[in-house]
Design a binder for this molecule. Structure first.
Ligand code: PMP
Length: 432
């Protein structure tokens, strides 16, 4: 591949923005790609090379890139103005649709990003309970706010013993003192969780969790783990907050809440809610949400931005009316099964993780249940396979933690093409 335009654009970008990208997560070093356009499940980089892609903007694209029905709704709404210091009917309709689709969602507020939604959820939980501690799980990512950016990704040794884990800030610049307000634990470790609740439960405002480790190899919760989290939260009066930013409107129209029949007190959403338009939400129990406006602040200039609201309106309508998630599930299953079979045929020890609509696989390990195990997987081999796939026009993310995301526009032929490239890529890596 001739990457002259990519190189030139990277050089220009490096002059004007750190690392040449507007989010650290888009930086792949020397190989950082730059996009020209995308349609459906296909993406073209600035050099015109075409890819079937599985990054889906880190998850939001649930229908497909440049999905006509969504874009037409947004365009038609934009003609009447994009932002007001006033509430419009469309945003109320979006909230009504969400409440209709998600069991137990009684009241909801809109926001612009997942980071914002979880940040507000932390404040609401602290205000509601009058407590300050939050508990989260290692390898789970809840956005870039300082309250929750702890123990997102560190070498297993750094975390210390599971009986008394060391909380590690995810960035310089996060005040060390904020570490006194967060407890971090290995995911799926019932014993560690029960012990921590026994010791700190009465001081914990909220336990935050992603339903699966959606930012670390898509490892699923073990049967009963999320129920345990829920029941211990009830026992100690802590709020149970399910971060559905990746799973919401992706694994089920009612999110993981419906999928696992859970009753979290609050949930956070973003990503698939708007098929790429900037929209997020937080909501749950009405008695908790009703604290907003009574000494508790939530809001923002852009929380009712029309592109986001109209994008969500059209996306939710399609999710309700068409078999979007059923179709994705069927095709995703085929892709997962195909990858599993190829790795088995090629004698590569591995385990498959996640849901058909967002899945991953860890190499060199037979089972992973949390980030500590996952850190022992063969990430180098994973990235070598991914590099071979780029050469063959297939683009999963260049970070082994990030799941493969499916959308409604991935068709059977795309799956077949992907599997063929996957087989060739694995063979190429093995023959090195
Ligand atoms: N929560 C989860 C579970 C996420 O996956 C992410 C983003 N990957 C966030 C929160 C933060 O969302 P955003 O990038 O929109 O701020």
């Amino acid at each position: 591949m001739n990457k002259e335009k990519t190189k030139a654009l990277r050089e220009r970008a490096l002059c004007v923005t750190p690392l040449g990208v507007n989010s650290n997560f888009r930086y792949w070093g020397e190989g950082t790609p730059y996009v020209k356009r995308a349609k459906g499940c296909r993406l073209w980089d600035v050099d015109g090379d075409e890819f079937i892609e599985y990054r889906m903007a880190f998850g939001p694209i649930i229908l497909g890139h440049a999905f006509d029905e969504v874009d037409q709704k947004v365009i038609s709404e934009l003609k009447d103005g994009v932002l007001f210091a006033m509430t419009g009917e469309l945003e109320i309709e979006v909230e009504e649709m969400m409440i209709d689709m998600i069991p137990g969602l009684e009241s909801v507020r809109l926001a612009c990003s997942g980071t914002e939604a979880t940040m507000h959820a932390v404040r609401i939980a602290r205000a509601f309970t009058g407590r300050e501690l939050v508990l989260k799980f290692e390898g789970n990512y809840h956005g870039l706010n300082d309250h929750l950016l702890w123990s997102t990704y560190a070498p297993a040794e750094a975390y210390g013993n599971a009986r008394s884990p060391i909380s590690i800030p995810g960035s310089s610049g996060i005040p060390e003192s904020m570490g006194n307000l967060v407890i971090t634990l290995p995911f799926n470790d019932r014993e560690a969780f029960e012990r921590a609740m026994y010791v700190y439960g009465n001081s914990i405002a909220a336990v935050f969790t992603e339903p699966c480790q959606g930012n670390c190899g898509a490892m699923l919760p073990e049967p009963g783990f999320l129920d345990l989290v829920q029941s211990k939260c009830r026992e100690y009066g802590a709020l149970f907050i399910l971060d559905e930013v990746k799973t919401g409107f992706r694994i089920h129209n009612g999110g993981a809440r419906a999928y696992y029949k859970l009753k979290p007190d609050l949930m956070t959403y973003a990503k698939a809610l708007g098929n790429g338009y900037p929209i997020a939400a937080l909501g749950g129990r009405k008695d908790i949400m009703d604290i907003i406006g009574h000494g508790v602040v939530q809001g923002g200039t852009y929380t009712n931005n029309k592109p986001g609201v109209a994008g969500a309106w059209a996306t939710l309508k399609l999710l309700k009316e068409k078999p979007v998630l059923k179709t994705i599930e069927k095709r995703g299953k085929k892709l997962m099964q195909g990858i599993d079979a190829i790795l088995t045929e090629e004698d590569i020890v591995h385990c498959m993780n996640g849901y058909p609509s967002m899945f991953s696989f860890a190499l060199g390990v037979e089972k992973t249940r949390n980030q500590r195990d996952w850190n022992h997987s063969d990430k180098d081999m994973y990235l070598e396979i991914v590099a071979e796939m780029y050469k063959r026009g297939i683009m999963p993310d260049n970070d082994a933690r990030e799941p493969w995301f499916m959308c409604y526009s991935h068709e059977e032929k795309d799956i077949a093409e992907t599997l063929e490239a996957f087989r060739d890529s694995v063979k190429a890596v093995k023959s090195k």
